[in-house]
Design a protein around this ligand. Structure first.
Ligand SMILES: CC(C)(COP(=O)(O)OP(=O)(O)OC[C@H]1O[C@@H](n2cnc3c(N)ncnc32)[C@H](O)[C@@H]1OP(=O)(O)O)[C@@H](O)C(=O)NCCC(=O)NCCS
Length: 213
């Protein structure tokens, strides 16, 4: 995991702290099977990674709570995002002075069913995705990371077809092309949203950043 995280760290700005870890390493100190469910352990692992990311940015009051809507509650003056995937968790954190919001998503590349692509892809995205499951997985992760970045600002429960991206699969970048009226923002703000992704081993990691307006 440390090699994977090193590669994720290379794609994010220096002012953003990233920390990731695996359930196996997290459970290791007790040397016994935890009685908690995998979901509970992933939750704890995500919170541990979030605290570590805050520590990396010099905050020693790094407890990340949970809002009633399920979104993470970051300490005053900080923003961040958490993702888990099959026993791994990654968290990013930054100062709210530097950025408006962050969203990340980590997905395994071989888990999306071809039939799910139609559910995820907006009409304008279908031409570039077709029935390519790898591209569909990237699109899925782009939308999940975008969802997490927009939520603290707009508080919108968006569906997959409320946002459409144009994706440059060579440069590993995406740009929001369209949002539904649910988000109700002028097109000029789309340029403040930076979305990049990286494929490492069998994972795609997406980093979504909302610049300060
Ligand atoms: C919330 C959601 C984005 C989480 O994504 P996921 O791929 O299922 O799971 P991940 O492991 O990557 O992320 C889970 C973490 O997201 C964070 N999260 C949950 N709700 C959130 C919200 N409203 N805003 C920001 N972050 C949120 C939490 O930190 C959570 O981990 P925790 O419960 O341990 O704290 C997803 O479950 C969801 O509800 N998506 C809406 C569906 C959709 O239409 N998405 C795309 C629209 S653009």
């Amino acid at each position: 995991m440390s090699n994977i995280c090193k590669q994720f760290s290379e794609m994010i700005p220096k002012k953003v702290a990233l920390f990731g870890d695996s359930i196996q390493r997290f459970d290791a100190p007790t040397h016994k099977e935890s009685t908690c469910s995998i979901r509970d352990r992933e939750f704890l692992l995500g919170r541990y990674c979030a605290s570590k990311a805050l520590e990396l940015m010099g905050r020693d009051d790094g407890v990340v709570g949970q809002n009633q809507d399920g979104s993470p509650l970051w300490p005053n003056g900080t923003i961040g995002s958490i993702t888990h995937s099959k026993g791994f968790a990654v968290a990013v954190a930054a100062s709210s002075k530097d950025y408006q919001s962050l969203g990340i998503d980590l997905e395994q590349m071989n888990r999306l069913k071809p039939a799910s692509i139609a559910r995820i892809a907006h009409e304008s995205e279908q031409k570039s995705i077709k029935d390519d499951v790898s591209r569909g997985t990237v699109l899925f992760a782009l939308k999940e990371s975008f969802y997490k970045a927009q939520f603290p600002i707009y508080k919108k429960k968006l569906n997959f077809k409320d946002v459409a991206f144009s994706i440059d699969f060579n440069r590993c970048e995406a740009q929001v092309q369209w949002t539904s009226s649910k988000l109700n923002v002028p097109k000029s703000v789309y340029n403040d949203w930076k979305v990049t992704f990286k494929l490492v081993e069998n994972y795609v990691f997406v980093f979504c950043l909302f610049e300060n307006a």
